[in-house]
Design a protein around this ligand. Sequence first.
Ligand code: GTQ
Length: 368
Amino acid sequence: MREDTIGRANVEDTPELERYYAELGRQESYALWTVANDIEPWQPKPASLPTVWRYEAMRPLVLKALDLVSPEKAGRRVIALENPGRKGTSACVGWLYSGLQVMRPGEFATAHSHASSALRFIIEGRGAYTVVDGHKMELNGGDFVITPNGTWHDHGVDAGGDTTIWQDGLDMLLVNQLDANFYAVHPEHVQKSNTPVDDTVALYGGPGLLPAGGEGWNKPYSPLFKYEWGRTYETLQKASKASDGSPYDGIMMQYVNPATGGPVMKTLGACIQLLRAGERTKAHRHTGSVVYTVAKGSGHSVIAGRRYDWKKNDIFVVPSWAWHEHANASDRDDAVLFSFSDIPSMKALDLYREEALAENGGQQTPVH
Ligand code: GTQ
């Protein structure tokens, strides 16, 4: 695309140039000025579109998969979310992948590991479990669990549990863009759990307490593999009484690696935020793509100038650098949004930027 600005490409096509471009193409080359303005945008120009996946519509389709394929045949029985602006890329938003995985009581998916990192948010069900490097965790609605880069992981639902649907989030599309993915299946298909159930929660999930002495943790991800809903929600409620939170995000907490205070994994991070009764946030934008899941309540978000209504279990996305603000629909109850993002990747690469919308509609204020 030509641009009439000094320093930008502005070359008119001529028959001679077109012949020249064809000649370059035969030598696996091209003239930079034919694409320069597209590959060096003035600011992020995501092809991903703000989108809402309504749980009401998705749930019956996800449950239908129970009768159509087995976890053994499918590997993972997942209905993945595809962004309408990114057909064919498997992306939910940006280079984030997300899908809804479903399992019946007594079913399991075999153990594997990959160079990509994964996280899960339990949407509904009871008695599900994930085993991460031999540590078994019980999972119930609203729990958040990580299966970091390189860890063995398998999951299932106990015979006495209920059919469970959880949301997977992975960085695999980003890792594939970087040509850095590896995949392995566990030699025993299902890991033996060799420690007490939920031991990492017991050991690393104390209130401001970590093991002293020789049990230091030096892996590049959180030792606390699971973050339980009950304590998470209680923390948000307490925080909402202690603080006004952020004008852009309400009461927002990051799930952290307790050993560092940083994000749970190097590439992916997750947050939980509470919008108080009647709360409506101010608009801001930042680099990094975000996938939100409504954990409680209902409301709407204005994303890139359009309103998207949401209620419990709906999933919606905010593309990188899109203005967004959130509103709780209720004047009585709080609303809670779970979200995961590639913001830790942005920060690690020094690509994170954030901006607040100026109140007077004029100059924007950089926040960072
Ligand atoms: O369980 O690690 O939804 O490898 C897609 C790919 C989940 C997983 C998915 C995966 C996983």
